[in-house]
Write a protein that binds this ligand. Structure first.
Ligand code: AVI
Length: 329
């Protein structure tokens, strides 16, 4: 059942309960090789650490995407057209969205979808002050699951799903296609997807972005273990694990692992999980695409790329996708 919280946030009640976290940890750490899902990064502290990653000089993604939005927001808004209902997946602080909202023509509503309730509440509070005439319909939910979108205040001309940050890259190819197809269903026949996509480039530049000198990414990665300690009472000793992020050129992705620095045992629920020295837990993929790679992925989901905005060095791209069938009519 949907419930309404202060500030009008709908909560679809589908975030994992604590018992699920224990099960997720037991299953992932019992697998060979060990593996934990990347959504575990984003508790309140993890979300705050991610905001800090975005400010690191090596993490070019946010800087490049923001610059693209600053330069092209008016042309993007023209492409989306008037009377749009904008649904943002994983809205966080919605910094890039402001640039878009400033240019959208008579938007019907903005629906930020965010799994962490506190960042969602704060960002909606700020947006309400900055855009007093824009109907805000925040939804506290996991965007990778089917969403129950709130009823719009008036009929939109189209629904556009906004998915910035190259978060699509955190899904393996098959899951990314499934997620894009889910968006395709949610946006309906005449809708679209505005998506940020990180592009392939010099391996050293990509690796530096995931190994910042200040160590914020390492803290973000290890917070996953700290979160398990806090929430399921495991006893990971954080100093006995390290962060490792390497680019795999064959797969075209950063592969992030948490590596055990020594032989050790960790208590997970009633079980004791053994770790060998140098044994790794796979925690995240961050896929990088060529423009052709991404068009092929979109096609797998029944989508076509209508427009691409990119910088002269092709560091990053913002792309507008529509149903492939609408182009062939
Ligand atoms: C959210 N996502 C797009 C980030 C990325 O670049 O894969 C998460 C991240 N992980 C480490 N640094 C940033």
């Amino acid at each position: 059942m949907s419930s309404v919280q202060p500030f009008g946030i709908s909560d679809d009640d589908r975030r994992p309960p604590v018992s699920d976290l224990l099960e997720v940890a037991q299953r992932g750490l019992g697998a060979k090789p060990k593996r934990l899902p990347s959504w575990l990064f984003y508790d309140e502290l993890g979300s705050a650490l991610f905001e800090r990653i975005c400010e690191q000089p090596e993490y070019y993604l946010t800087r490049c995407e923001t610059a693209l939005m600053e330069e092209h927001a008016a042309s993007i808004a023209d492409t989306l057209g008037s009377d749009v209902r904008l649904v943002e997946y994983g809205s966080g602080n919605a910094r890039k969205t402001r640039l878009l909202l400033q240019h959208l023509h008579a938007p019907v509503a903005y629906i930020p979808v965010e799994i962490s309730p506190e960042p969602l509440r704060q960002s909606v509070e700020r947006l309400a002050m900055e855009f007093p005439r824009l109907p805000l319909q925040p939804l506290c939910a996991d965007f990778s699951k089917p969403l129950r979108l709130p009823i719009p205040p008036r009929a939109p001309r189209r629904t556009v799903v906004y998915f910035p940050g190259s978060t699509i890259g955190n899904f393996e190819n098959r899951e990314a296609a499934v997620l894009l197809r889910k968006m395709r269903n949610e946006m309906g026949d005449g809708g679209g997807i505005l998506i940020g996509v990180d592009l392939k480039k010099d391996q050293a530049v990509i690796e530096a972005a995931y190994n910042d000198r200040a160590g914020v990414t390492a803290d973000f990665t290890l917070n996953m273990l700290a979160r398990l300690n806090r929430e399921i009472g495991s006893n990971f000793e954080l100093s006995a694990f390290g962060h490792r992020a390497h680019y795999n050129p064959m797969a075209g992705r950063i592969e992030t692992h948490i590596v055990s620095r020594r032989d050790q045992q960790v208590k997970i629920g009633r079980a004791s999980v053994p770790f060998r020295a140098d044994e790794a837990i796979q925690v995240e993929y961050s896929c990088k695409y060529s423009l052709e790679d991404f068009a092929a992925l979109a096609a797998k989901a029944g989508l076509a790329v209508l427009r691409v905005w990119t910088d002269p060095q092709q560091m990053f791209s913002v792309q507008y996708l529509v149903r492939a069938s609408t182009l062939t009519r």
